[in-house]
Design a binder for this molecule. Structure first.
Ligand code: SF4
Ligand code: SF4
Length: 84
């Protein structure tokens, strides 16, 4: 069954450590070098179209800054599940 993912990174908590970047099997994360968080870090940014919603990034994030959503596509219908 095809699965699409989507994540939200809280820039309030992200400290730009890149653990999520290295953990993503889809290579869909990088640091946004054009932005600085309120705490002075480059935040993690995602290429949403590559994300499968595997949750690896959220598991390794020391700041719990990532929320993962998985969308299970079944025929013409879809269902939104909160995975982490
Ligand atoms: S949920 Fe998985 S595929 Fe999506 S950004 Fe995180 S590690 Fe990458
Ligand atoms: S692991 Fe968490 S704190 Fe580190 S860059 Fe990714 S989102 Fe930011």
């Amino acid at each position: 069954m095809p699965v699409k993912g989507r994540i939200i990174v809280s820039e309030k908590f992200c400290k730009g450590c890149e653990l999520c970047v290295n953990a993503c099997p889809q290579k869909s994360l990088h640091l946004a070098l054009d932005r600085i968080t309120p705490r002075g870090y480059h935040p993690a940014e995602v290429l949403q179209e590559r994300c499968t919603g595997c949750g690896s990034c959220a598991v390794v994030c020391p700041e719990a800054a990532i929320t993962v959503y998985r969308q299970v596509v079944q025929r013409a219908e879809s269902e939104l599940l909160i995975a982490a």
